[in-house]
Design a protein around this ligand. Structure first.
Ligand SMILES: Cc1ncc(C[n+]2csc(CCOP(=O)(O)OP(=O)(O)O)c2C)c(N)n1
Ligand SMILES: [Mg+2]
Length: 396
């Protein structure tokens, strides 16, 4: 058991409950026997910001320059600032909902920066940091959460698919796309993001099977943030998630998801495997969702403060800052300038959201069927009558 997983489990109440005690005991014994090896965690930067050597993965970040390190730091800070702005905008009534990535910045920036322009990314709904790396305007991520559009960007402009709410389904899309890439003989790779909860979905298991059998150039990037809304990871898997890959016939690696350097190295390795026709890889980025599942959720109802505090000590931004300072790769001027840039980003996003035009109320009926449908016609007429009922009040 790693320190991380112990910390994640400690504060959870007697999760099994009385009724499940016997069953839990029995399956635990089985799980231990079947799991084989204890979880191994790849880490290049400790929470204290110390660089540790790693014989296997060091070479994937060997040439990284101080400027690139500052770039990773900047990416994480701006992403966090954007995310905080979006949360505030929801609280102000400008967005209907927001899914925060707080705590997952290293997992997303490290993996996003490992991708090449011609790679293709299939996200969930929380990949704001990856979207940033792909060059999607952060303001565009907010349209769907404001309810003014169904996506907000052209997937093919940045090879970044639209956000996917149907848990795990994008892993199938990614696998199919990757099989197409292989048929085209291209050397680009595909990366599919999903969560610990999604790992229980049949779609994910099917995509593992297909990608393995067809040797598809896809990286499955699981952000294990310890929670699927209110369900802890131990309710999703009896073995560490990365170890599941072995049963499907491809490698799985667990990386410290709060270590941007480690994530960058491991994802580069996995993408390189995909490009050299070595097939799929499962990367489990072991991280923590510091905030609520979404702005509609209240995590105090199912988890304790101590757990969050333990993970705050492993904050991904803080640890890179410690490393940058200790190695004299960044000075006070850099941090101050970044602060100004962050505030400017927050302001820009705020203004952009408030300026988003409301959609044409009837557009949804036009886009349901290519050739129309009697039921849709009926609903359109009902909606038109409803709208007209406001006419006396000066509505439109
Ligand atoms: C197929 C499907 N089932 C259930 C849901 C409801 N749902 C939305 S998010 C979520 C939890 C996902 O957890 P995880 O995969 O760990 O991702 P995280 O939210 O932690 O990033 C669930 C069950 C859904 N959107 N789609
Ligand atoms: Mg999760």
């Amino acid at each position: 058991m790693t320190v991380e997983s112990t910390a994640a489990r400690t504060p959870r109440r007697s999760a099994g409950s009385k009724a499940g005690t016997t069953g839990t005991k029995r399956t635990r014994t089985t799980a231990k026997k079947d799991a084989g090896t204890e979880p191994q965690l790849v880490q290049l930067l400790t929470p204290e910001g110390k660089r540790v050597k790693n014989a296997e993965y060091d070479k994937y970040v060997a040439g990284i320059t101080p400027e690139e390190l500052r770039g990773l730091y900047r990416d994480m800070v701006l992403t966090r600032r954007f995310d905080a702005e979006a949360t505030s905008l929801q609280r102000q009534g400008e967005l209907g909902l927001w899914a925060s990535l707080l705590g997952q910045e290293a997992a997303q920036i490290g993996s996003g920066r490992a991708t090449r322009e011609d790679d293709y990314v299939f996200p969930t709904y929380r990949e704001h940091g990856v979207a940033w790396c792909r060059g999607v305007d952060p303001a565009n991520l907010l349209g769907m959460f404001r309810g003014v559009n169904n996506g907000g960007w052209d997937p093919n402009s940045n090879n970044f698919q639209l956000y996917t709410i149907v848990i795990g389904s994008q892993t199938l899309h990614a696998t199919g796309y990757a099989m197409g890439v292989a048929k085209d003989g291209a050397d680009s790779a595909v990366i599919a993001y999903f969560g610990d909860g999604a790992s229980s979905q049949g779609d994910v298991a099917e995509s593992f099977t297909f990608s393995a059998v067809y040797n598809a150039p896809v990286v499955f990037f699981c952000q294990n943030n310890q929670w699927a809304i209110s369900e802890p990871t131990e309710k999703q898997s009896r073995v560490p998630i990365y170890q599941r890959a072995q049963g499907f016939g491809f490698p799985g690696v667990r990386v410290d998801g709060n270590d941007v350097l480690g994530v960058l190295a491991v994802t580069r390795w996995a993408l390189e495997r995909a490009r050299s026709c070595e097939g799929p890889t499962l990367v489990e980025a072991f991280t923590y969702r510091m905030g609520a599942h979404t702005t509609s959720d209240d995590p105090t109802r199912y988890r304790g403060d101590e757990e969050r505090q333990a993970w705050e000590a492993k904050d991904p931004i803080l640890r890179l800052r410690r490393y940058l300072e200790a190695s004299h790769h960044a000075d006070e001027g850099f941090f101050a300038e970044l602060e100004t840039e962050s505030e400017a980003l927050g302001r820009r996003v705020r203004e952009a959201v408030r300026a988003m035009p409301d959609p044409d109320h009837f557009a949804i009926f036009e886009n349901a069927y290519a050739d129309g449908h009697a039921l849709v016609d009926e609903e359109r007429a009902q909606f038109a009558a409803y709208q007209a009922s406001f006419a006396d009040e000066g509505g439109n």
